[in-house]
Design a protein around this ligand. Structure first.
Ligand code: PLP
Length: 365
């Protein structure tokens, strides 16, 4: 049993081969096709395909025109890249607390951290459970802040019937190797406003407006560059892999959700275990299945002795030197740090695997 699974479908391999055979591995036709498919299959809006989740976060923040001294509030229960992308803009990451029973941003703590320097909020859909987006966006509106969702875990999640990627100012997805749909490496930034969408498309390719540029008699593009851009575009080989993997994602997601349902039903009353909250108004994509356990080291030893892999996938990132090297007094986060552990969840698990996981946890430690 593997903890994570890198899913490369047959279709992904055949689409990648076709693209390789064509030798058009960089042009962007497949990358544009992927954007269309994300809009069709997932329901995201104005998606801009990019070369990683990290560049998606950075480009979204860059589009906010942040300056040195500006602050962006985020929870520490995430991957390092969330905080680094804020530093890349010159702004300062400010860590607020989480809700102990979801791992998601605590909106009270968020509101506490807002001051005159605050420019944006970066909520993370931890494990795939959507954050309270109405609440976060209401706070953002009342303080005139932008919202960028780190949705690296949440492809296919929905909030009150709306797909993640269609709600806030910006949403960043990741198609990294162990995410639900992989491109090898890749990402997408979804923009609420058309002006941001257009600027993102330009800045992902050095600041060159490919669509608007004319072609010379040599067939070469004639263009002007007015604004600093990046090399953040997704290449067609990566896009082909993602396209092939995306086409069967809804089937895999169904399977993952049925495993989560079993875990939620069976592990509900196990002594020493607390399940994270589920919410009726949102659908989780369950990139992770995190539980809160007493005596975690003993729990880990017991699971490993039964050859069941478990993992603390994300340790709170506020401890890193790069963010000031101090562990913040966020009470729920510190409790979560101590008790959280993830059990395997992905579409490659067999029914027998799922039974083994449940059996082991129920037996106790
Ligand atoms: C995977 C991940 C990222 C970074 O995505 P990359 O595609 O690896 O750059 C950012 N945030 C979170 C929460 C992630 O899990």
């Amino acid at each position: 049993m593997d903890f994570f699974q890198t899913t490369i479908t047959k279709e992904a391999i055949s689409m990648a081969k076709k693209t390789l055979d064509s030798t058009f591995i960089s042009a962007g036709k497949k990358a544009i096709e992927l954007e269309k498919e994300l809009e069709k299959k997932i329901g995201v809006k104005n998606s801009v395909s990019l070369n990683s989740g990290t560049s998606s976060l950075h480009l979204g923040l860059h589009l906010m025109n942040l300056k040195k001294g500006d602050e962006v509030i985020l929870p520490a229960q995430t991957f390092l890249a969330s905080g680094l992308s804020i530093l890349m803009t010159g702004a300062k990451p400010v860590f607020c607390d989480i809700d102990y029973f979801t791992g998601n941003i605590c909106t009270h703590s968020l509101e506490d951290r807002i001051n005159s320097k605050t420019k944006a909020i970066m909520p993370i859909h931890y494990g795939g459970l959507p954050v309270d987006l109405n609440e976060v966006n209401k706070i953002a509106k009342s303080y005139n802040l932008k919202v960028i969702e780190d949705a690296a875990h949440a492809l296919g999640s929905t909030y009150r019937g709306r797909p993640i990627g269609s709600i806030s100012d910006f949403t960043a997805f990741s198609f990294q190797a162990i995410k639900q749909v992989t491109a090898g490496d890749g990402g997408a930034l979804c923009c609420k406003r058309i002006s941001d969408y257009k600027r993102a498309r330009k800045l992902r390719w050095f600041g060159i407006d490919r669509e608007a540029s004319k072609v010379s008699i040599l067939g070469e593009r004639v263009f002007e560059v007015e604004e600093l851009g990046f090399k953040y575009h997704m290449n067609d080989l990566a896009a082909s892999i993602a396209l092939g993997n995306l086409s069967s994602y809804s089937k895999r997601l169904k399977r993952v959700r049925s495993i989560a349902k079993k875990y939620n039903n069976e592990l509900n009353n196990v002594p020493g275990v607390r399940l994270l909250k589920t919410k009726n108004d949102r659908e989780n994509s369950y990139w992770l299945f995190t539980i809160l356990v007493e005596k975690r080291d003993d729990f880990i030893k017991m699971m490993l002795s039964k050859e069941i892999p478990v993992s603390v996938v994300h340790q709170a990132i506020d401890r890193f030197e790069i963010f000031g090297g101090k562990v913040r007094k966020n009470i729920n986060q510190r409790k979560f740090d101590k008790n959280q552990i993830c059990i395997p969840i992905h579409s490659g698990l067999t029914n027998n695997d799922v039974r083994r996981v449940i059996g082991a946890v129920k037996e106790g430690w």
